[in-house]
Ligand binder design. Structure first.
Ligand SMILES: Nc1ncnc2c1ncn2[C@@H]1O[C@H](COP(=O)(O)OP(=O)(O)OP(=O)(O)O)[C@@H](O)[C@H]1O
Ligand SMILES: [Mg+2]
Length: 497
């Protein structure tokens, strides 16, 4: 693990970041930087935002202020637009960056200089580094009003920091409960919300526990990491025999931070996502969407030898789904209560069964990954980080109107893993009416494993007010454009450029 660094000044951090070379011996063994580049960028970069975009404060009635008094904020990880919004609000911002930020993001000196201070940690899983940050803050006699964190990689670390430095610390277990799917399910069950029956499996080799699970749960089941992400190492077992086979040779994706597993009964239905910004318990925005296919089926179909299922989602226009929105709002309010959430961004994933029941799947206190950030921005007509930055500092919600009614995305990926030889032409796809933006996440010559759901290749964001145009654009992109690969080692990527 790299040494803890609590840098005394912003400038020092920039200088260090630009000359940094990793001393972490694990870095060269696994393709972490490339992969994380994709995921972190997708989680944190708002492709629709303009670098020069002016930050507009919400409109206020004469004499009324939307912003609460100035605060001391602690922001975890680099997100350019969010940082700019927080700084423009006039609040003090202390920034905590990890090695990945320093190595992969362009840390803009003019923004860094406006922060009060920058700390550098090796990762947000490194307790020693985070403890050193907290100790330095406490030694200065400071208390933090709000800890702000929006990537999966920093959520637990942010919780730990707030428990040590916040003016009003919340229960650290609340932060764990929105990461650990076992605690999460226990919380919602206790709140009377329907969710899959599940059992913890801390060690896949624990035969006694496995037998208990086989006797107790109804098959099919899903076996997955308790603190997973990106549908990594997530397997469906249709029978007890298949369950044993999966566990006898359980494969952990290298980026998974923990080994413990959870086993859940399989829920059949439409898989949905709901993104919300809650300001004092009320939604500033509340946007529901539906995956084109359940995530696990779509990711499994990439390598399962079956017909490839689309990887994407569409947002559901509120006017056409008024009743469903009412139910989802009520559902998410109950979920929030289970996790003591009142002032935060949330993503809730759930299933709608054939009989119309809503079944909780998972919850986190950040926006979803993949193309959620640009989709929500397109829907609301403004970079979502600006809306979030202002909303979090506000004391009451200003419900947002939808600007673009029909919004969706697809991630085009090849039929086989390997080295990318051909990608659809960006200009051509971008010119299709109904296409809002093209995001070629990977480039020709990159290698794709297709082994999990956080590996993105070529994302197209759709946006239109005309349903027919929107549907036609999605169909055209999904049927007429392909990503091609050749097996790793045999491809000549230059020939396809
Ligand atoms: N109990 C279940 N029943 C049916 N499908 C499930 C179940 N649990 C997980 N899945 C499928 O596996 C996918 C990944 O599971 P889950 O959302 O719990 O983990 P994750 O890896 O954190 O997700 P993400 O890809 O959103 O980061 C889900 O999107 C869903 O398609
Ligand atoms: Mg999920």
């Amino acid at each position: 693990m790299a040494q803890a660094l609590a840098l005394p000044s912003a400038i020092a951090c920039v200088a260090f970041a630009s000359s940094y070379t990793s001393t972490n011996p694990g870095d060269s063994d696994i393709p972490v930087p490339d992969f994380q580049q994709y995921t972190v960028d997708l989680c944190t970069t708002d492709g629709l935002s303009s670098r020069e975009a002016a930050v507009r404060l919400p409109e206020t009635a004469p004499g009324e202020s939307n912003l609460t008094q100035l605060k001391k904020l602690l922001m975890c990880k680099w997100e350019r637009e969010l940082l700019a919004t927080l700084l423009d609000s006039g609040n003090d911002v202390i920034l905590v960056l990890d090695d990945f930020d320093a190595e992969h993001h362009h840390l803009e000196p003019e923004l860094i200089e406006r922060t009060e201070r920058v700390y550098r940690v090796s990762s947000f899983d490194a307790l020693s580094d985070l403890s050193a940050v907290a100790a330095d803050i406490r030694l200065r006699g400071e208390r933090i009003d709000q800890v702000i964190s929006f990537t999966e990689f920093s959520q637990l670390g942010a919780g730990y920091l707030q428990s040590l430095v916040a003016a009003q610390p919340t229960d650290l277990l609340d932060w764990v409960a929105v990461r650990d799917k076992r605690l999460m399910k226990e919380r919602v069950r206790a709140a009377g919300i329907r969710t899959a029956a599940s059992l913890s499996l801390p060690d896949p080799n624990d035969r006694e526990r496995r037998e208990h699970i086989k006797r107790t749960l109804r098959f099919p089941v899903v076996v997955k990491p308790a603190l997973g992400f990106g549908t990594m190492s997530t397997r469906r077992a249709d029978t007890p025999e298949q369950f044993d086979r999966i566990l006898d040779d359980f494969h952990y994706e290298p980026l998974l931070p923990s080994r413990q597993l959870t086993v859940e009964e399989f829920v059949t239905g439409r898989e949905m996502l709901v993104e919300g910004l809650w300001v004092n318990g009320e939604p500033e925005f509340f946007v529901a969407g539906s995956y084109l296919e359940p995530r696990l089926a779509s990711i499994g179909s990439r390598t399962g030898g079956t017909t490839q299922l689309p990887d994407g989602a569409v947002l559901l226009p509120r006017e056409e789904n008024a009743q469903l929105y009412e139910r989802l709002l009520d559902f998410c309010r109950r979920v929030n209560a289970a996790f003591h959430v009142t002032h935060a961004v949330t993503e809730v994933e759930l299933f709608e069964t054939a009989d119309g029941e809503l079944v909780f799947s998972e919850m986190c206190t950040r926006l979803g990954g993949s193309a959620v950030v640009p989709m929500v921005s397109e829907h609301l007509g403004e970079p979502v980080w600006h809306i979030i930055g202002r909303g979090l500092l506000s004391d009451r919600a200003h419900p947002r109107e939808v600007v673009r009614r029909h919004v969706g995305f697809v991630n085009l990926s090849p039929e086989k893993p390997g080295v990318i030889t051909t990608l659809p032409p960006v200009d051509e796809v971008a010119a299709i009416p109904g296409v809002a933006r093209v995001w070629p996440v990977a480039k020709v010559g990159d290698t794709l494993s297709l082994s999990h759901g956080a590996e993105f290749c070529y994302i197209v964001i759709f946006g239109s007010d005309d349903r027919t145009e929107f549907d036609a654009a999605m169909k055209k992109v999904m049927t007429e454009y392909r990503v091609a690969t050749e097996p790793a080692g045999s491809a000549d990527p230059t020939s396809a450029r």
